[in-house]
Design a protein around this ligand. Structure first.
Ligand code: SF4
Length: 440
């Protein structure tokens, strides 16, 4: 029996898909990349941007014929679009067997059985607490040595453009003791690299009188854990104490995802981000003064073309990028998400004339980002770095790829067979804007 999971969106979704994959494997399915020939097809959706939502429509239209050929196929829609649309998905695509929101995904197997017995199943109820399955240890995924642990769910920040607080619910954290126990289990099973996840992990533990630095220190202490990282930190909640952790904890990876979203105070205010460009740059200055800066891989998210963005706002954004020297930006043109404050205020459609301006600004931003990343990568040429091997090329078995502790991808050759999850030392011989080439 085969199952396939197609994942859109963020790392939280990647992690949720991993958990659902483990559940399907536990009942005998072989989980593969997306295929219209699998017996169970799960589409884990994202509603943060328009594109993934459009792709869901495209994928479901493609699956309609597949289901005609194989009526026993089960199609399940999970994730944020499932949470947002619920039964509407079944009304529009009656061949879908289940629609399951992010907080109910641990019941995937049960709902598959129910759908086979008595027709389509919808569960988009949100839970206040973490469920048992959120803490599921991924016993069957030892191949890569890397695992995720969700430590905070939901978000209370209500950025004006974002749908997450509505579909992922209020912020709630697990407690440190429980997380440490899970991390210990993972390490004892062979996972040497762990990423702690939260929509805004910088606010971890508020309701339990705990905090992110204490969590990082406790998990970092686990014997045998070589790499620890965390995602995503809201700049308004980022603290000096987290920078101290970078300086003091040897296995805390020098990687920080700090979404700026914009560089103009007018736009940051309209986005309800809760900080100014000066606040953001203050954090960057503190990072630059710290011992972690030289090896830190700093990444960000940027939205271009938010309503009322003018050339001066865009210049402020370009200036912020120059000052922060990002290694990478996940940059997109603003798209209105129904249900958000920005959608209510500014409506759906951008003026097509403005759209052209925004496409041009995005291209300018991305081009400059590429140059900055290339210059930063060039500083790594000649250095010998430890990589976590991720896999080999399908075309050439002597070609491998791995990641530095900063998260940069390095492609290198080796005559010796290497296994995903092993660590090797590689000399960086050539920098590229998006990756590095090295020699074992
Ligand atoms: S911090 Fe803002 S952008 Fe991030 S998930 Fe929360 S509301 Fe969305």
């Amino acid at each position: 029996m085969k199952a396939s999971i197609l994942t859109f969106g963020c790392q939280m979704n990647e992690h949720d898909s991993q958990r659902m994959g483990s559940l399907l494997e536990s009942i005998g399915y072989k989980v593969e990349p997306h295929s219209t020939e699998a017996d169970v097809v799960v589409i884990n959706t994202c509603s943060v941007r328009e594109k993934p939502q459009e792709r869901l429509t495209h994928v479901l239209n493609g699956l309609k014929n597949a289901k005609k050929k194989n009526p026993d196929m089960n199609i399940v829609v999970t994730g944020c679009v499932a949470q947002q649309k619920g039964r509407e998905i079944i009304d529009e695509y009656p061949f879908v067997d289940a629609v399951i929101g992010p907080d109910a995904e641990d019941r995937l197997v049960e709902y598959l059985r129910e759908a086979r017995r008595s027709g389509p199943k919808v569960d988009v109820d949100q839970q206040d607490k973490f469920s048992y399955q959120d803490t599921l240890v991924l016993e069957d995924s030892v191949s890569t040595s890397h695992a995720y642990i969700t430590v905070v769910k939901g978000c209370d920040s209500f950025c004006s453009y974002c749908i997450v607080p509505y579909v992922r619910g209020r912020e709630r954290s697990r407690n440190i003791d429980e997380i440490v126990q899970d991390a210990q289990k993972l390490v004892s099973k062979g996972f040497s690299s762990i990423t702690l996840l939260g929509q805004n992990i910088a606010r971890f533990g508020k309701e339990n009188n705990e905090d992110l630095p204490s969590l990082l220190r406790r998990v970092s202490d686990i014997k045998g854990l070589k790499r620890l990282s965390f995602l995503t930190s809201h700049p308004k909640d980022f603290s000096s104490e987290i920078i101290r952790c970078f300086e003091e904890l040897d296995n805390l990876c020098p990687q920080l995802h700090l979404p700026a979203q914009h560089g103009s105070n007018k736009i940051l205010k309209a986005m309800n981000r809760g900080y100014t460009r000066e606040d953001y740059l203050k954090v960057i200055e503190e990072l630059k003064r710290s011992r972690v800066w030289d090896k830190l891989c700093l990444t960000t998210d940027v939205i271009i073309g938010f309503p009322e963005e003018d050339e001066k706002d865009f210049a402020d954004l370009m200036d912020l990028m120059e000052k922060a020297e990002f290694d990478n930006s996940y940059s997109f043109i603003y798209s209105a998400r129904p249900g958000t404050v920005a959608h209510k205020k500014y409506g759906e459609e951008q003026d097509p004339a403005n759209r052209k301006v925004f496409v041009d600004r995005l291209a300018r931003y991305q081009e400059r980002q590429k140059q900055i990343a290339f210059n930063k990568n060039k500083r790594l040429e000649g250095k010998v770095l430890e990589l976590l091997v991720e896999g080999s090329s399908q075309k050439d078995p002597d070609k491998f790829s791995g990641r530095t502790s900063g998260g940069k991808v390095v492609n290198f050759s080796s005559k010796e067979k290497l296994f995903p999850g092993s660590y090797v030392m590689v000399k960086i011989v050539k920098a590229h804007p998006t990756h590095l080439s090295g020699e074992l």
